[in-house]
Design a protein around this ligand. Sequence first.
Ligand code: GLN
Length: 303
Amino acid sequence: MYQSILNEIYDSVQPLIGQGPVASYIPRLASVPADKFGMAVQTVEGSLYQIGDAEEAFSIQSISKIFVFALALKHAEDEIWRRVGREPSGRPFNSLVQLEYENGVPRNPFINSGAFVVTDIVMSFTRDAKRRLLELVRMLADNREIQYDYEVARSEAAHGHRNAALANFLKSYSNLRCEVESVLDTYFTHCSLAMSCVDLARASLFLANGGCVPWHDGAIIRPEQAKGVNALLMTCGTYDEAGDFAYRVGLPGKSGVGGGIVAIVPGHASVVVWSPGLTPGGNSLAGIRALELFTALTGLSLF
Ligand code: GLN
């Protein structure tokens, strides 16, 4: 069933592929061809379906926030909720204003300021947070070839003035323990992970499956934590377009400015789409439409 639905989606979204600008504030991402489109579905029963450029690696950017957050949840959940909120921000992912009037406490873990605090927490319990994340996604995706793209990380670091401002702001409120430079360096590196739709579908399956993946003994996170992550993805995963995404797709989802979106059908499957052209909110334009069609055609939305 899924393969014919993916075929149908692929045909329907053709006119949208290439629409919307590719992220260019990270110069290295500006050269990614806009006409790419891939999609993959991984079911909890173990079947994988794919179409288009689903095996081509792309820059996952903010989708990495899911995996960093899972690491922090497993080891330091109480610490997270002392330092980060759980409410949608209604602001762009790199907005500064809210952070000042809310005294340096980010609204949620999926905007950049929240991710910096979560990264800082992970750095406090592991000596090498970059290696730790790489090991986690390689294990989750069952692919030892996954790598950071250090060119992308360097490109972002050279132009990451807003993120530097946010991180310094957090530090001024004593909501970062590590040095600003090392938190930013770790965060940019995490964002530079290069993964395909197939990799990401496998790597995010634990969120559809109560915190576990079939090919690994032991839970990544507990079932009630997986529920919490999905709830936060639903309300916060696509920033100031989270309401529109919930309305149209009806699933928890996390986007990145590389044009990827991970969506979770709890109990059933993870669904990943990639197309680099973006909406004004920094979410994949064709990707959102593809996911909207996916839930319309399968009936697999939460509502
Ligand atoms: N690395 C990007 C940034 O911090 C990630 C943003 C995103 O994917 N929404 O700006």
